[in-house]
Structure formats: structure tokens, C-alpha cells
Ligand binder design. Structure first.
Ligand SMILES: [Ca+2]
Length: 350
């Protein structure tokens, strides 16, 4: 009898332990209670965070823009000239407001489309209207797309140019081919032309040898950082310089070879699946999908830890002042959605 009581007690203690911290298992250094605030719920696979004044404009992969003000979500559909792809990982991805958005009500968008059985990505200008966002012009077209690896991040750089990440479309040799737009970081002017300072003549290619980069951020000195999905772990953060070759598929992780750039940090045998990146006071904040966290990476020391954990998959981060905003991605077909997913959250990082 006494033995049964001992067994029962041990069982109950183990059960309680499991229920206390199910999401922290196997993770790195953590804050115990993450003081996050949910600003909006029920977003549809949100992909990019942009903000103007008090209003967020968030792209949703199935073809809409969620406009969020004071916790209220207003959704406007896209009216596109091509058929939006519904392949896994694809659809309406990158989104960046024009510098004069307040006046022009225009934005840049990156989307995957299907035509005649072939998928491709394009970068377009979208005009906000009363009830919808309408595609107006094409900046860049026919970026080949495969089943996976679409890239898709758009960011305006401090130099006034638009930067675009593209994936290798599962054709890894294209990342090394400067005649292909796959596996690249591209740089164009605001009308889609080739700006002065691009490293290769008549080419929008800024850097190459990438697998599936999905994050771009600049520090206060204008250095450009990019996150990149590795193959079977070995996810990377790179400092991007004009004309440089980042090695895919020739090297990955800690491997090296003359003329190929190595990452400043990689995930080793772990998988982070890093997406959006933002910079704040010497730190990079990196949205991690499979890693189900926001990684905080200190550039000077190379140390990193989880700044956010326990919210599931995270697709993008955005920083304004001392506030970090992030969107979850538990409705993207690879997560376990909880009530209210997906959400927009904020966190004080002062
Ligand atoms: Ca690399």
C-alpha cells in the first residue's frame, strides 16, 4: 500500500512538472515570463510587418493586407494581375510602404503567381484604395519559383534603394549563376531600374550564393545583415556586401573556401528557420519559425539567446523606439494554431 502511495506521488510530481513548462524544453537561456502584449488576433498567415503612424499594415499570404489600429483589424484584399499561388510557403510575401506612403498610399509587394502551370515571383507597386489594394505596375518579374524557397523579403535601404531576397527555388545551382535571379539579394531603385553602385553591369544582383534568405536589416552604420534558411540545419546570418558570394550550395555552416563568404553565425545542427530580422542598439532580433522564438544576437560579442519563446512559429519582427513587434505563423500549415492565432505582439526591449 505504502509503495502505491510513493508511486502515485512521483507520478503526480512528474505530471505537474510536465504541465508547468511544456514549451521550454530543450531551449537556450530564457526569460521565465515573457512580458508580451497581444495587439491583434486572428491574422491569416501574416508575413511582413510595416507601420505608418499608429497603423500597422501586415501582408497576409493568402492575398490580403491586415490594417491594425487600436487593436481593430480591417482586412483589404489584393486585386492582382496574375493568379496568386497557393503552393506551400508561397503567395503574398514581402510588403514595404513607399517612403511617401502618407501621400501616395502606395506600397511594394512581392508575390508568387501561377500561369500556364509555371510558378514565378514578381515585385509590384500596390495602390491602396477604399476597399482593396490594386496592383499597378511591375518592378521586377519572372523570378522563377519552385515548390519551395521563394525568398520574398522587401526592405527599403538607408541608401533609398529597394532590396529584395530571392530563394533558389530548389534549383540550388542557380544560386551560383549570376544569369539567374534565384538565390540572390537584389537591389533596384524605386522605379525598378538598376541603381549606381550595383556590382555587376546591367544587373539587379547585389549578392549571390544564397539558399533561401528571408530577412534584411541595417545597423546604425549602414551594414546590411541577412538571415538565410540553411539545408538540414546550418541556418545563417550574413553581413551582406556588394558583389560577394555567400557560398550556397558549395559551402555551409563552418566550411570555408577561397572567395566565398562565411556567416557571422550559424545554427549548427539546430534548425532556427530564420525569417524577418530587425536591428536595435547593437543587437539583431531574428524571427524563427521552426525555432519558435525571437533570437537576440549581440553583434559585438557573438552571443545569442531567446528574447521571445512560447508563442510558436514567428515570421517577422519590427522595431520602433524601444518596442519590438512580432507576428506568429502558426496558421502557415506547419504549426499548431491556438485560439487567436495568428497574432501581432509587442515587447519592451529597453
Ligand atoms: Ca552561406
Amino acid at each position: 500500500m505504502r509503495l502505491w502511495i510513493v508511486f502515485l506521488s512521483v507520478f503526480l510530481v512528474l505530471l505537474a512538472a510536465c504541465q508547468e513548462k511544456p514549451s521550454e524544453e530543450g531551449s537556450g537561456p530564457l526569460k521565465k515570463d515573457v512580458p508580451t502584449t497581444r495587439l491583434a488576433a486572428d491574422l491569416h498567415t501574416p508575413w511582413s510587418i510595416t507601420k505608418e503612424g499608429d497603423t500597422f499594415y501586415i501582408s497576409e499570404r493568402s492575398g490580403s493586407v491586415a490594417e491594425i489600429k487600436d487593436g481593430v483589424v480591417t482586412r483589404k484584399q489584393l486585386e492582382l494581375k496574375e493568379k496568386l499561388s497557393t503552393q506551400p510557403e508561397s503567395g503574398f510575401l514581402g510588403f514595404e510602404l513607399f517612403p511617401d506612403f502618407r501621400q501616395s498610399q502606395k506600397a511594394y509587394g512581392y508575390y508568387t503567381y501561377d500561369r500556364d502551370g509555371i510558378s514565378a515571383n514578381r515585385v509590384v507597386v500596390l495602390q491602396k484604395q477604399q476597399e482593396k489594394w490594386q496592383e499597378q505596375e511591375t518592378l521586377l518579374d519572372r523570378i522563377p519559383s519552385g515548390q519551395f524557397h521563394h525568398g520574398g523579403r522587401l526592405k527599403l535601404g538607408p541608401d533609398g534603394c529597394l532590396y529584395i531576397t530571392t530563394g533558389d527555388a530548389l534549383q540550388e545551382e542557380r544560386a551560383q549563376d549570376r544569369g539567374s535571379l534565384n538565390g540572390k539579394i537584389l537591389r533596384v531603385d524605386l522605379a525598378g531600374g538598376i541603381p549606381a553602385g550595383n556590382p555587376f553591369p546591367h544587373s539587379s544582383i547585389y549578392s549571390y550564393g544564397h539558399r533561401n534568405p528571408q530577412g534584411l536589416a541595417w545597423d546604425g552604420q549602414g551594414n546590411l545583415y541577412s538571415s538565410e534558411h540553411g539545408s538540414a540545419a546550418h541556418d545563417e546570418i550574413n553581413i551582406i556586401q556588394a558583389g560577394k558570394n555567400y557560398g550556397w550550395p558549395l559551402i555551409s555552416g563552418s566550411e570555408q573556401s577561397p572567395g566565398l563568404q562565411r556567416p557571422i553565425i550559424h545554427s549548427g545542427e539546430e534548425t532556427w528557420a530564420p525569417a524577418g530580422v530587425a536591428y536595435h542598439q547593437g543587437f539583431l532580433y531574428i524571427a524563427s519559425l521552426r525555432g519558435e522564438s525571437v533570437k537576440q544576437y549581440e553583434i559585438r560579442t557573438g552571443k545569442w539567446k531567446d528574447a521571445v519563446k512560447g508563442k510558436g512559429r514567428i515570421r517577422d519582427v519590427y522595431i520602433e523606439g524601444n518596442t519590438l513587434y512580432f507576428i506568429t505563423n502558426n496558421t502557415d500549415g506547419r504549426g499548431t494554431p491556438a485560439p487567436g492565432d495568428d497574432g501581432l505582439f509587442s515587447l519592451d526591449i529597453q
